[in-house]
Write a protein that binds this ligand. Structure first.
Ligand SMILES: [Zn+2]
Length: 107
């Protein structure tokens, strides 16, 4: 399920309230452990280089929990700053098209 914070375009960012790392996608350019980066997740271990694949953050690089077994902590340190509004709008549109497609297919 794709979930997003409601009210795209609302002035307040809910990034701090969401205590969950975003969904990710595979990326060969940005992967593996960020050993030369001081960021540490809540497990006090080196972070993994990840690419978000969720809502308007899709494609943004971040450092997150690298825990392979056991639950991951919600640690997120963004590498790319927030996308500009036009790109967010485009992503928003694409995701809603995708969601619509999914619901249509279920019928
Ligand atoms: Zn962790």
């Amino acid at each position: 399920m794709v979930s997003w914070s409601d009210g795209f375009g609302s002035s307040s960012s809910s990034d701090d309230e969401v205590r969950k790392a975003p969904a990710t996608m595979e990326c060969t350019e940005w992967c593996g452990l960020a050993l030369n980066h001081p960021a540490c997740c809540e497990h006090r271990s080196p972070c993994e280089k990840l690419v978000a694949f969720e809502s308007t953050d899709s494609g943004r690089r971040f450092l997150g929990c690298a825990q392979k077994d056991g639950p991951k902590c919600p640690y997120v340190e963004w590498v790319d700053s927030e996308w500009p509004i036009p790109l967010k709008t485009a992503l928003n549109k694409i995701w809603s098209m995708y969601e619509k497609e999914l619901t249509d297919r279920l019928r």
